[in-house]
Design a protein around this ligand. Structure first.
Ligand code: PGA
Length: 252
């Protein structure tokens, strides 16, 4: 009932020429896969070029970050309205933003509200660090992150959540499908408590962290997991197409 979403987070990789080349390599393969929402999130400088290349396809575009103000004296920042000019999706609260750029739960809440106000679909990233995991604090951490990110959000419809355990990102050490399913089921119950069962059942919750074409089936075969946010493996056309194909086969 929920349409699975596979999103490619290219992070700070690819110049314009490389981004164009990568899209040309994956476009036709991705385009024909049905019943999966396919989202590419290249760096800002390549958004316009990628948008043109995917214009007549079923592939959607997303950005990786934005400011929460609509405009003004914020040198180096991009506003929700600017993102909305080009994109449908926006990754927010990625652990790398939290870790290296000092993004707090409060800032992420402002960004989520601003994105929804602008008509963007936020991909809200949450997840526990290694030591929090080892201390058995996963539930506590994701509860805090979700509640803070959604404070004053009247309806989260349109929002996508990406559960990304920080220890699994870029490490090659993915969570287990079962473990991720348990945490994502828990996240869905928080949404049900905050809003309603109906809204909780409608919200797409992805897993992210070292997803590849070799392990995606473990995740996508789980009932609570509605897709993946893919970093490293989304920079290889064949790998990424493989991930989307397996998702269509499992969920379609
Ligand atoms: P990874 O990154 O797939 O390279 O682990 C995932 C992410 O950070 O979204």
């Amino acid at each position: 009932m929920r349409l699975p979403i596979i999103a490619a987070n290219w992070k700070m990789n690819t110049n314009i020429e490389q981004a164009v080349g990568l899209v040309e390599e994956m476009r036709d393969g991705l385009d024909k896969i049905e019943k999966v929402e396919k989202v590419l999130c290249p760096p800002f400088i390549s958004l316009a070029a990628v948008r043109e290349l995917i214009a007549d396809s079923s592939i959607k575009l997303g950005a990786q970050n934005m400011h929460f103000e609509e405009k003004g004296a914020y040198t180096g920042e991009i506003s929700p309205l600017m993102v909305k000019d080009l994109c449908e999706y926006i990754i927010l609260g990625h652990s790398e933003r939290r870790q290296y750029f000092g993004e707090t739960d409060e800032m992420i809440n402002k960004k989520v509200k601003a994105a929804l106000r602008a008509g963007l679909k936020p991909i809200l990233c949450i997840g526990e660090k290694l030591e929090e995991n080892e201390q058995g604090k996963t539930a506590e951490v994701v509860t805090r992150q979700i509640k803070a990110a959604l404070a004053e959000v009247v309806s989260p419809l349109g929002l996508v959540i990406a559960y990304e355990p920080v220890w699994a990102i870029g490490t090659g050490k993915a969570a287990s499908g079962e473990g991720a399913n348990t945490t994502i089921g828990f996240i869905r119950r928080i949404i049900a408590q905050l809003y309603s069962e109906e809204i909780a059942q409608a919200i797409c919750i992805q897993y992210g962290g070292s997803v590849t074409s070799a392990n995606v089936a473990d995740f996508i075969g789980q009932p609570e997991i509605d897709g993946a946010l893919v970093g490293g493996a989304s920079l290889k056309a064949e790998e990424f197409i493989g991930i989307v194909e397996q998702t269509a086969a499992a969920k379609g």
